[in-house]
Design a protein around this ligand. Structure first.
Ligand SMILES: [Ca+2]
Ligand SMILES: [Ca+2]
Length: 486
């Protein structure tokens, strides 16, 4: 990565953002969780398959082997695909044991390029759950990938690694500098620098605006599930993406964190103000002025009479911003099982406590047993319809203006993943490894269901005409007309 290339990429990204209006997304790159800062899980890609076969290799372009558990959703830019996984598919005998791993593959053929690996924290499952690997979906921007490791460290690394023949800085003293090692640019340790105490695992997916990236700290309870060791540590931070320096932070949840903080932030222009919107560990969603970190509004996603953990939930899902409205569901750690959930449309042009004033609609699992259950999934909004999965295995399609249910589909398996709406199809994977392909619209119609042979906790993405689906242990590149010889 050279300086001149950075400037070219900055200009290109500015142009891409200016035209980030619907119509371009996912046709070329998919450089972050949700494909764009608004996190809306839609793509305008065309020519995507509605059928493939992992056994015969029909419509499969390539397959890459991952660890045994993979939660860092794929992203694609600059000819490189990045995923987060664990170290159970050992690629370097010098880097053994339980580690979080970020793997880079060549987009064209799935060839392994490089990896960044991180030993587990010695504090164990309180901060860094065994074998969970890297759960952050990276942000790829201007030749740099930003992600959060299992050690609660925000890393900036060169997307091309050492394949460009340069050690990019400021960090130049990497202990491993082989072709298959990561070229680190900078790192920011959230435990050391802002006192964050990640509960079970740090997982945030960074989101950009201008010179900044925004990251959730995962700050939460200790293993007692009673004590919050670091109530003054921020829930969200803004870092300078060139230097890695802290620009602003906010610790609104304080000692009211219910459990952990695993929601990832979104960015969008709302009523003329660019906001960062973040679901936090006290069950509230908050909007900040992106530039300054000034808190603009806050919204409680739980009824006032709800009680943790039975009926009161945290926010793990990512907020989605479309036309000045924020869409968010609440839920709980999958370890807590099923329960009632809540899905909201929030008018984020309002200010202050907008729990009442900002509520456009509320799709309520507490009063309507047909409505949403606890959810950790992110919405897709397209053509006046919001598609939203829940952890109990139901996909809900609602009118986006009224919040009224159009249909509900039972996948008969837990869902950690989110929908992708693209090319006249809704793609959705579940814990049984089934990927449903559904016709978008006001009436339910199943086109096809394909089994991937292993659980799908990831969300389907698209880039350059290819779909990517990550199972627990493999990454599939899926393309109409491709044939993988097996
Ligand atoms: Ca380099
Ligand atoms: Ca370096």
């Amino acid at each position: 990565m050279t300086a001149s290339r950075v400037f070219v990429m900055v200009a290109l990204f500015a142009a891409a953002q200016a035209s980030s209006a619907p119509g371009k997304k996912g046709i070329t790159n998919w450089p972050m969780w949700g494909g764009s800062p608004d996190r809306n899980m839609v793509s305008d890609a065309t020519g995507l398959p509605s059928d493939w076969d992992v056994k015969t290799g029909r419509n499969i372009k390539w397959v890459a082997e991952l660890g045994s558990q993979s939660y860092g959703n794929p992203v694609v830019a600059d000819g490189v695909v990045l995923v987060g996984t664990n170290n159970e598919s050992l690629r370097d005998p010098k880097q053994t044991g339980d580690r979080g791993v970020l793997m880079a593959f060549r987009e064209s053929n799935g060839e392994f390029m490089w990896q960044a690996t991180y030993e587990k924290l010695t504090s164990g499952r309180a901060n860094d759950w065994p074998f969970q690997g890297i759960a952050s979906s990276p942000l790829m921007l201007d030749g740099v990938a930003y992600f959060v490791s299992n050690r609660g460290i925000v890393h900036a690394v060169d997307i091309q690694g050492f394949h460009d023949g340069e050690n990019d800085g400021p960090t130049k003293n990497e202990p491993l500098q082989g072709k298959h090692d990561a070229d680190v640019i900078w790192q920011f340790d959230m435990m050391e620098e802002v006192g964050a105490f990640p509960h079970n695992l740090a997982n945030s997916s960074p989101v950009p605006y201008e010179n900044m990236i925004y990251v959730s700290t995962a700050n939460g309870q200790d293993e007692s599930h009673v004590n919050i060791p670091s109530p003054k540590a921020p829930a969200i931070i803004a870092l300078d993406r060139v230097t890695g320096e802290l620009i602003w932070e906010d610790a609104s949840p304080g000692d009211r964190i219910l459990h952990g903080q695993w929601s990832t932030p979104a960015v969008g222009a709302i009523g003329g103000v660019v906001q960062v919107v973040h679901g936090q560990g006290d069950g509230w969603v908050r909007g900040y002025e992106a530039k300054t970190g000034k808190k603009l509004w806050e919204f409680d996603t739980n009824p006032k009479d709800s009680v943790w953990p039975k009926t009161r939930n945290e926010v793990i899902a990512t907020p989605v911003i479309v036309d000045n409205v924020v869409y968010i569901a609440n839920g709980q750690d999958p370890e807590h099982g099923e329960g009632v959930g809540h899905l909201y449309a929030i008018d984020a042009t309002k200010r202050g406590d907008i729990t009442e004033t900002g509520r456009i609609w509320h799709y309520d699992g507490a009063t309507d047993n047909q409505a949403i259950r606890r959810s950790i999934s992110t919405a897709s909004i397209k053509d006046g319809i919001i598609y939203h999965p829940d952890f109990s295995g139901f996909l809900h399609a609602l009118d986006v203006k009224t919040g009224k249910r159009l249909w509900k589909h039972d996948m008969f398996a837990a869902m950690w993943s989110s929908t992708l709406v693209a090319d006249g199809k809704v793609y959705l994977g579940d814990e049984d490894g089934d990927v449903a392909i559904i016709q978008p619209g006001r009436e339910f119609k199943l086109i096809k269901e394909v089994n991937m042979g292993s659980s799908v906790y990831s969300t389907v993405i698209t880039a350059n005409g290819v779909m990517y689906i990550m199972t627990r242990n493999q990454l599939f590149a899926i393309q109409e007309g491709a044939q993988l010889n097996r």
